[in-house]
Design a protein around this ligand. Structure first.
Ligand code: COA
Length: 417
């Protein structure tokens, strides 16, 4: 029985900031951000949006595109590390805004950037456990990456949500049966209660990420069937590699580590590759990893959603070429837990490949640094949307300690009104 992602939809806010502009304002060489980190632009969330509204907009779009009745969703999982309450889950707000029925298991998941994958795997297991029963889950990863203005993390912010329908008719990605995992308690990134911006030990986080990648991949590689030929590498079996991407250079570092580990594990292959390792690794990166980084280089870090922004971007750009081919995926969440898994792009993928990313990036407005700083300082205030708002749900604000949300007409309906 095939289980996997039936369809995806992405939502990212209507505003973006060019990293070259941010660099100029911070007195940093633009190439440090655009080449050193690989970020070209980052999404900026206005005060009338939060993780709930972004998740609900992505969810509404995926349900509408797939023609799925919200009442038929039996499991709604929302992954975020930008929770809006210590007790009340983001998922129940989303449940309400989407009109999902009462007979639904719904909750919020947190484990830094890994929670989106935890939700996807939980949903897939739930569908699998249902046997022939017609189970379909809605998994949404939604986050706003915020660091302090002027901090070293500032150029690695971003915002967005990815909604995925998970079920037994996977038209976007058939999930493989195996995965490799790796967990360990580290302090590389965290957000103490009461703080709006995260604390990150960035260089340590890079090291933790690479250690977790090695651990998860080595476990996964040992489970791979059929066994490898003496000169065969895992890379030969995949068409693309997708990584959790807090900034695109991280994916490059990750792929460099992965490629070497993979080749070293095949003795005959390592003997061929070792004399020209850097050249071979660079070539492997260009072929396998770089194609999935187009959208993240313009949206920035979306924490739990980042890996799935890469998947959506890849499917929009290359689904026709990738049909029948396998992709490898690596998810990392600080703190830490990581998972390495794979999936096959089915022949139906081109029919569901419009996830909305290219359209939203084309239509969004780039703001200047003073506007970005004003939006960042206004924070979680709520409000009424400005002209050009592309979302379908609005965060009005907090009254009597309760968050209030509302719906606006979808853009297409507004345009034709
Ligand atoms: N031109 C080109 N590249 C330049 C440059 C220039 N003028 N100046 C610096 N660089 C390069 C550096 O060599 C480095 O690349 P390398 O890592 O390949 O060597 C890169 O730009 C970044 O420079 P660095 O000095 O390491 O940046 P930083 O210490 O200011 O911060 C991070 C970088 C990533 C550590 C920081 O942005 C951060 O912590 N971000 C948060 C990441 C995160 O969210 N992690 C947790 C989840 S996984």
């Amino acid at each position: 029985m095939s289980i996997g992602i039936e369809r995806l939809a992405v939502y990212t806010p209507q505003y973006g900031l060019a990293l070259a502009d941010l660099a100029a304002a911070r007195g940093v060489a633009p190439a440090k951000y655009t080449q050193g980190l690989g970020v070209q632009e980052m999404a900026v969330a206005p005060p009338w949006e939060d993780v709930v509204t972004m998740a609900a907009t992505a969810g509404a779009r995926v349900l509408r595109a797939a023609g799925v009745d919200p009442a038929s969703i039996g499991m709604l999982l929302v992954a975020t590390e930008t929770a809006v309450d210590h007790a009340k889950p983001v998922s129940i707000f989303v449940h309400d805004l989407l009109g999902v029925g009462p007979h639904c298991r719904t909750y919020e998941l947190k484990h830094a950037c890994y929670a989106g994958t935890a939700a996807l795997m939980t949903a897939a297991d739930w569908v699998r456990a249902g046997g022939a029963r017609p189970r379909r889950a809605l998994v949404i990863a939604t986050d706003i990456a915020r660091y302090e203005l002027g901090s070293s993390g500032e150029p690695t912010q971003g915002a967005g949500a990815v909604a995925m329908l998970v079920g037994r008719e996977p038209q976007a990605l058939i999930l493989g049966d195996e995965s490799g995992t790796y967990a360990g308690n580290v302090h590389d990134f965290w957000r103490p209660l009461g703080r709006r911006e995260a604390i990150v030990d960035g260089q340590h986080s890079v090291d933790c990420y690479l250690i977790a990648l090695a651990g998860a991949f080595q476990m996964y590689r040992a489970l791979e069937r059929p066994p490898f030929e003496p000169d065969e590498a895992f890379q030969d079996r995949v068409a693309r590699m997708l990584y959790h991407t807090p900034f695109p250079k991280m994916a490059m570092k990750a792929h460099r580590r992965f490629a070497e580990l993979d080749w070293r594990a095949s003795h005959a292959r390592w003997a061929q590759v070792e004399p020209r390792l850097e050249e071979a690794a660079a070539q492997s990166y260009v072929e396998l990893a770089a194609p999935a980084l187009t959208a993240v280089s313009r949206i920035g870090n979306t924490y739990t959603a980042s890996l799935y922004v890469c998947l959506a971007s890849l499917l929009e750009a290359e689904s026709r070429m990738l049909t029948g081919r396998r992709v490898g995926l690596f998810s990392y969440g600080s703190g830490s837990c990581a998972e390495f898994f794979s999936g096959v792009v089915p022949t139906s993928a081109p029919r569901v490949s419009d996830t909305g990313i290219a359209t939203q990036l084309r239509e969004r407005t780039l703001v200047d640094v003073p506007t970005y700083e004003r939006l960042a300082r206004t924070g979680d205030a709520g409000g009424e949307p400005a002209a050009g708002f592309a979302g379908e749900f609005v965060f009005h604000g907090v009254r009597n300690d309760r968050r209030e949300y509302g719906r606006v007409e979808p853009v297409a309906a507004r345009a034709s009104a």
